[in-house]
Design a protein around this ligand. Structure first.
Ligand code: BGC
Length: 757
């Protein structure tokens, strides 16, 4: 655990710069606008260790697979979000000396991410020979003109006189740190000094259907609010524009650098220069301050709908806001071709690709904080990728559709056998989002039509993947990896078997209600239906009646079972133990049986929930960021308030406090929704079925109160809870009956219902 930023309800601020924490600082101060994102790199450059990271949504490269030992069925490539040409750079020299915080003398360092609007501010006093200059940097990625990045730099001479040279650059000589064969994925197409542009294209690739992307970047400068032109030079893939000023004591000079980035996802390569000119003109026709105001107005609306207010615990408050901010900076659902990568735009790990994280963690939050169309777009994203899913199943010699563990286009690109071939629970978790969407929104048009293609495709996969054990007279699923990736190749993982059975059962239930068109398309035969029903009726689900628990997999109970408290000094085990030791151990990376109890919450009794929680949680190391929130929600349901709060804090401040010692790689974007879920589904006990929205709130002892808002079937609802009362207000929309603490409550627009806590 390491906290390098101060606790504040609306800011992530530091007054200290420690080079050892450079990468951590970069991850924590990454900003994005769901079109692109940048790590918290310094504009003036930084010559010591760091990761210059710029990522453009949906721009990726198929990096040829590299494995120690090739196994049949491995994907040919791993899709990676490309580290894009770097465009924030403005190198600075003062009286001939390069300003570089790795080498220069400086004081009064300040760095702050303002969460109201994702504005990154930094300042320090540069101390050169006979000169002191205060530099202030502000940057944001515009929500109004998504292609635009705005950077404002102020230099004020505090002592002496300064000849300052600014070199504003676009640099496409960038590599992905994690490139498998140290390849450069970008090839320059040309630099236009006069037009201030650089255009690049991704390397040709041999894979069918994987596009080449062309990107054009254009910069424009302003000095003290007026457009200026510096002296331009170009080298291959690089544009440099220099401006020199001479300042005396107390003089201030303000340089604004505006950049627009257009990609072939939206604009044909031949049209990009023109489009960039138009966009840059639009940006530069307004001042930095006015552009920022437009951008902030969009954030204000978002916060108005989705802020969670926590009174009495600033660390908890900062945690939830940081997570909501980072999530919305990654994905706000405005481009339906996109999805949410586990690290968003904040690092290279996980390649910016789509995982089951989206359906399991993002969907339940986004259903309530964004418009229903956003979640529907996420569902349709998978529908469009069904051909890839059929391809993946075929690769494994199986029928039906297998959604990938990692993908950009539906084709699996993960390449570790224990995940690629075995972590197949995803193929029920992903369709589970259809069930969530249908129940939450009350809109069954998707499940009746396109959703049916997904359900039947995945049901066919499961029906082929199970086998019948004659000895036990049951259907089984062998050779899998459950969500707990600290065990592989296990037989009858309870979670996988349970979710596969659920998926087949749900498909059978919904099929007769599907549109005639969809039924014709999927053409399920009577024979198939009978087989599916037999699987539902006879799926093997390991259980230990004496312990009162579902068993994680066939041999789990034969392990050397002991609590995590016995190995406290050896954690995190994934950084301290050899892999075989981890695999043999009873320690669980993330919710596994408990993930199933969380998903199918209303299938189980409180006693079953409690017994399983008490058995598995003490053996769980939570070394996936996806883990603590699920446990927090279940602990809250079971009245284990302290545990619920402890795990909430771990979820909400996972990156702010670097709990898993891996935030240097980037933020844990997809698990950030977990902190929202821990408050709303955990502390406030929000559940829903096809008919009702339900709450069962409690307030953590340390907090005074909390409140949040939800979109629900065309309404905006606010829930407030303190230690004495619960208030539910229908801010907008038609009358509604909800259930609070088991009782029916009638909501009317503009009115608040108060209930005793
Ligand atoms: C987790 C997976 C998850 C992936 C991406 C892994 O560490 O075990 O469940 O999908 O990270 O977040």
């Amino acid at each position: 655990m390491k906290r390098i930023f101060e606790v504040d309800p609306w800011k992530v601020t530091s007054h200290i710069f420690n080079p050892e924490d450079k990468r951590l600082q970069e991850s924590m101060t990454a900003i994005g606008n769901d079109y692109m994102g940048i790590r918290g790199n310094f504009e003036e450059g930084y010559s010591a260790d760091g990761l210059q990271g710029t990522y453009l949504a949906g721009v990726w490269f198929p990096d040829k697979t590299r494995v120690g030992w090739w196994k049949n069925g491995y994907p040919e490539y791993f899709g990676k979000s490309l580290n894009a040409p770097s465009f924030i750079n403005v190198e600075i020299t003062v009286n001939g000396e390069r300003v570089d915080l790795a080498k220069s003398k400086f004081s009064d360092f300040y760095l702050s991410l303002d969460m109201h609007q994702g504005l990154l501010t930094r300042s320090y006093v540069y101390e050169g020979k006979d000169v002191k200059v205060k530099f202030e940097f502000n940057r944001f990625l515009s929500n109004k003109i998504k292609e635009a990045a705005l950077i404002d730099i102020k230099a004020t001479v505090l002592e002496g006189s300064a000849k300052i040279k600014f070199n504003a650059k676009i640099d496409s000589n960038v590599v992905n740190e994690d490139s498998n064969y140290d390849e450069h994925f970008w090839q320059p197409l040309g630099e236009d000094g006069e037009g201030r542009t650089v255009q690049v294209i991704t390397k040709p690739n041999p894979y069918e259907g994987v596009p080449q992307f062309t990107v054009l970047l254009k910069q424009g400068l302003k000095a003290n609010g007026e457009k200026i032109e510096g002296k331009v030079t170009t080298t291959t893939g690089v544009l440099s524009e220099t401006v020199e000023v001479e300042l005396n004591e107390n003089d201030t000079y303000e340089l604004e650098k505006d950049v627009v980035v257009v990609t072939s996802r939206d604009v044909e390569p031949a049209e990009q220069a023109k489009k960039a000119t138009d966009l840059l003109d639009a940006v530069q026709s307004e001042s930095f301050v006015d552009n920022l105001a437009d951008h902030t107005a969009i954030w204000e609306k978002r916060w108005e709908q989705s802020d969670i207010v926590i009174a009495g615990d600033e660390a908890a408050q900062q945690g939830i806001r940081f997570n909501i901010l980072q999530l919305f900076m990654t994905y706000y659902g405005e481009d339906r071709r996109l999805n949410v990568g586990p690290k968003g735009f904040t690092g290279e790990k996980y390649g910016g690709a789509t995982y089951w994280d989206t359906e399991a963690y993002i969907v339940p939050m986004y259903l309530a904080v964004t418009k229903p169309e956003v979640t529907k777009a996420l569902l349709e994203y998978r529908h469009e990728q069904l051909p890839g899913a059929y391809h993946n199943a075929k690769q494994q010699g199986l029928k039906g559709a297998l959604f990938p563990m990692v993908t950009f286009n539906g084709i699996e690109c993960h390449n570790e056998w224990e995940i690629t071939f075995e972590e197949i629970h995803r193929n029920a978790d992903i369709p589970f989002a259809i069930y969530q969407y249908t129940n939450y929104t009350g809109d069954d048009s998707y499940v009746k039509d396109e959703g049916m293609d997904v359900l039947v495709g995945t049901a066919r996969f499961w029906a082929d993947r199970v086998h019948f054990s004659k000895r036990k007279g049951k259907y089984m699923i062998h050779g899998v990896t459950g969500p707990n990736e600290y065990e592989n190749n296990v037989n009858n993982n309870w979670f996988t078997n349970t979710m596969a059975r659920w998926l087949i059962g749900y498909t059978l239930e919904r099929l007769p209600k599907a549109t005639a068109e969809a039924q014709k398309r999927v053409a399920v035969t009577d024979e198939e239906k009978a087989k599916w029903q037999d699987i539902v009726d006879n799926m093997y689900l390991p259980e230990d009646k004496e312990l009162g628990i579902f068993v994680q997999h066939d041999t789990f109970l034969d392990k050397d079972l002991r609590p995590v408290s016995e190995i406290e000094d050896q954690r995190p085990i994934n950084q301290n133990w050899s892999w075989d030791k981890i695999l043999r151990s009873p320690f669980i990376k993330q919710a596994d049986v408990l993930q199933g109890i969380y998903f199918l919450n209303d299938h189980y009794t409180m006693e079953q929930k409690e017994k399983n929680f008490d058995f598995y949680e003490p053996m769980t190391v939570h070394e996936s960021s996806l883990s603590p929130c699920i446990h927090s929600i279940l602990a809250a349901e079971l009245g284990k308030k302290e545990k619920a709060v402890e795990l909430y804090e771990r979820t909400a401040r996972l990156d702010l406090d670097n709990y898993n010692n891996d935030t240097v790689d980037g933020l844990h974007i997809t698990s950030m929704s977990g902190s929202w879920l821990a408050i709303v589904q955990g502390f406030a006990g929000m559940r829903y079925d096809a008919d009702h929205l339900k709450f069962n709130p409690f307030v953590p002892d340390k907090w005074n109160h909390y409140s949040f808002k939800l979109n629900y079937r065309g309404r905006l609802i606010e829930v407030y809870a303190d230690h004495k009362e619960i208030k539910v207000s229908l801010l907008k929309g038609a009358d509604l009956e909800i259930i609070v603490k088991g009782d029916k409550v009638q909501l009317k627009e503009g009115e608040t219902q108060c209930l005793k806590a």
